[in-house]
Design a protein around this ligand. Structure first.
Ligand SMILES: [Zn+2]
Ligand SMILES: [Zn+2]
Length: 263
């Protein structure tokens, strides 16, 4: 049984399917739990909480995606407010996704950085894990993580890891987990596959980021939480491990990091 540590069940790209149906399909196809991740607090949080409350094994996060970091309603959410929201419900198990996306640059970089710092501080105050989204921003990502978090008990995961491998090592040095998505199954992801082979077993998570980024052989189609098994089986084979052992290990890792989900 697999845990999809990162998906977006409320997203409209699921061909109009309601979140409950997507989740049910996943539960009938080898998925034991999933976290539906927040991108825009001001619009999504009540909806995500409803989805999470409908099932024992669905949890959610609270946070502002770097794409949305310039949005005025998101900028208006103070660090104190973020802390209050993050601790307002037992179903909220992490803070994010937050970080830096210099590939799309949908929000000005200074506002992305300001938002990222706010999320890190909220994690330190609450003890909740940080869900980091980073793309084409290795240097600034680790610099901000170190400036705000070093030696302060910051915990978290580099979600949908696709950066240069040195960033994975630098993040693991801070105690972070590395989450692998369907990207690792793509033929061209040679560097990422090298990383997947050598990651310490107790630092790996798996995810789909559904409805985005379906793994091979479903690439280009709508992604679904149950496809986390495709990615997991692929990585297990790369590492020369049995899929069920790798599933058990990544599930154990998940509950260690997202310990509020284990309660
Ligand atoms: Zn992301
Ligand atoms: Zn995401």
């Amino acid at each position: 049984m697999w845990i999809d540590s990162h998906c977006h069940l409320n997203h409209s790209n699921f061909e109009g399917l309601p979140p409950s149906e997507i989740a049910e399909q996943a539960f009938s196809n080898g998925v034991d739990g999933m976290v539906t991740i927040c991108c825009r607090i001001s619009e999504e949080l009540p909806q995500l909480l409803n989805i999470a409350k409908a099932h024992d094994k669905i949890w959610c996060s609270v946070g502002t995606h770097p794409h949305d970091a310039g949005h005025e309603n998101e900028r208006a959410i103070s660090e104190e407010e973020l802390v209050r929201l993050a601790t307002s419900d037992e179903k909220i198990v992490g803070i994010g996704e937050s970080g830096l996306d210099y590939f799309y640059d949908y929000a000005p970089r200074d506002q992305q950085q300001e938002s990222f710092r706010k999320h890190i501080r909220a994690c330190i105050k609450t003890g909740l894990p940080l869900i980091v989204h980073t793309r084409d921003a290795e240097e600034d990502t680790i610099q901000i993580m170190r400036e705000e978090g070093e030696g302060k008990g910051l915990r978290g995961v580099m979600h949908c890891f696709s950066s240069q491998n040195w960033l994975a090592d630098a993040a693991m040095e801070m105690g972070f987990y590395i989450s692998l998505s369907g990207i690792v199954t793509f033929k061209k992801s040679i560097e990422l596959q090298e990383l997947a082979k050598r990651l310490p077993a107790d630092r790996i998570l798996v995810e789909t980021d559904a409805p985005f980024l379906a793994p091979a052989p479903h690439r280009g189609k709508m992604n679904r939480p149950e496809y986390v098994a495709r990615t997991g089986e692929f990585v297990a084979q790369l590492r020369g491990e049995e899929p069920q052992d790798f599933a058990a290990q990544t599930t154990q890792n998940f509950f260690k990091l997202f310990d509020k989900a284990a309660e």
